[in-house]
Design a binder for this molecule. Structure first.
Ligand code: ZN
Length: 338
């Protein structure tokens, strides 16, 4: 891929899609994000940026929902562009990006060791999650049953991870944070347990920047792959997911036709796709959403999704709180069918 190919790619996209801006220096193209639906108020605003210059050209990221990836044929089709030339270039870009990122990140497949024993400090950090949710999680099960990493220092050491963060930063993250491991074992969403961080969560890439990783967080359990229809319970964050599985749907937690997954942000559309690429196409989708993600978003999601178009999807809100990462008595369910 040379710069002229990138320029040609942008030209082809421009002919096919309505909203596309290139900044003055030609570093970025912005298009509307097909994963979060972008602004519903302003149909001309575009929050998904595609990098056009070396060394990272044709890597994209939405600043609204944080979805990200390498430009691939799938991505181009998601933008509703079916131009042969653009798809060919996307294909070439994907091979290039794989060559660049995959060797570093082990091909996107990792199996990391999870903790079974927790020391006193780790138990204290786990206690933070338990207090927020009003639940009790046996320390021996936090890692294996819920992918919770209460001892980040231990986790980094036994798995031989080499993080890009400064040693000082890693120490602080380990001392003050509790991690939720993504289902592909590529990243940790680290939650502040002290209330002193600027942001509640820190996204820690375990194998460096990787456009192929996903931040989907799932409660690991057995799911029957041949089941005709699978119930997908989806929340925004890992804490919400724990809240829902403990407080709202404890009966479903043991069933083998149910997947519990958190999108790791607001990009439910890409999380949905990540579940489908594992072979689960026939889904009964139940969202447990944050207050700020309104019903218009879910109507949009349904309209745009060929497999959901004719289905009913359930959207649940907590009418007394913002989300579901809370105690049982702080949750009052409000349900809508879209
Ligand atoms: Zn987005």
């Amino acid at each position: 891929m040379e710069q002229k190919d990138v320029d040609g790619f942008v030209e082809r996209l421009k002919e096919r899609i309505d909203v596309l801006y290139v900044d003055r220096r030609g570093r970025n193209a912005s298009v509307r994000c097909p994963y979060c639906g972008d602004s519903q108020k302003n149909p001309m605003s575009a929050h998904l940026n595609i990098r056009l210059k070396n060394p990272e050209f044709l890597i994209w990221r939405c600043v609204r929902c944080e979805a990200k990836g390498a430009v691939s044929p799938d991505f181009v089709r998601d933008l509703r562009c079916f131009d042969d030339g653009a798809l060919r270039m996307a294909h070439a870009n994907l091979s290039r990006a794989r060559k660049k990122f995959r060797p570093k990140t082990g091909g996107g497949f990792h199996r990391l060791k999870l903790p079974i024993h927790l020391d006193r400090d780790a138990c204290r950090r786990l206690g933070y999650v338990e207090d927020r949710l009003g639940i009790s999680i046996p320390p021996s099960k936090a890692g294996l049953n819920y992918s919770i990493i209460a001892d980040i220092g231990w986790f980094i050491k036994v798995n031989g991870l080499k993080l890009e963060e400064e040693p000082k930063t890693i120490k602080r993250l380990a001392r003050e944070g509790i991690g939720f491991l993504s289902s592909d074992h590529s990243q940790l969403a680290i939650r502040d347990t002290t209330g002193n961080w600027k942001k509640r969560y820190y996204a820690c890439m375990l194998y460096g920047e990787d456009p192929f990783s996903n931040s989907l967080f799932a409660v690991p359990k057995e799911v029957e792959a041949m089941t005709e229809r699978v119930i997908l319970v989806m929340t925004e964050g890992a804490m919400d997911l724990l809240g829902v599985s403990y407080h709202i749907l404890p009966d479903l937690a043991e069933r083998r036709d149910v997947i519990f997954a958190a999108a790791g942000g607001k990009y439910f559309a890409s999380a949905l796709k990540a579940v489908r690429t594992r072979g689960f196409l026939n889904l009964d989708v139940r969202f447990y959403a944050d207050a700020e993600v309104g019903l218009p978003f879910f109507r949009w999601l349904k309209r745009e999704d060929s497999l959901l178009k004719h289905e009913k999807i359930e959207v649940n809100y907590n009418s007394i709180g913002k989300d579901f990462g809370m105690k049982r008595e702080e949750i009052k369910l409000r349900r809508a069918i879209v």
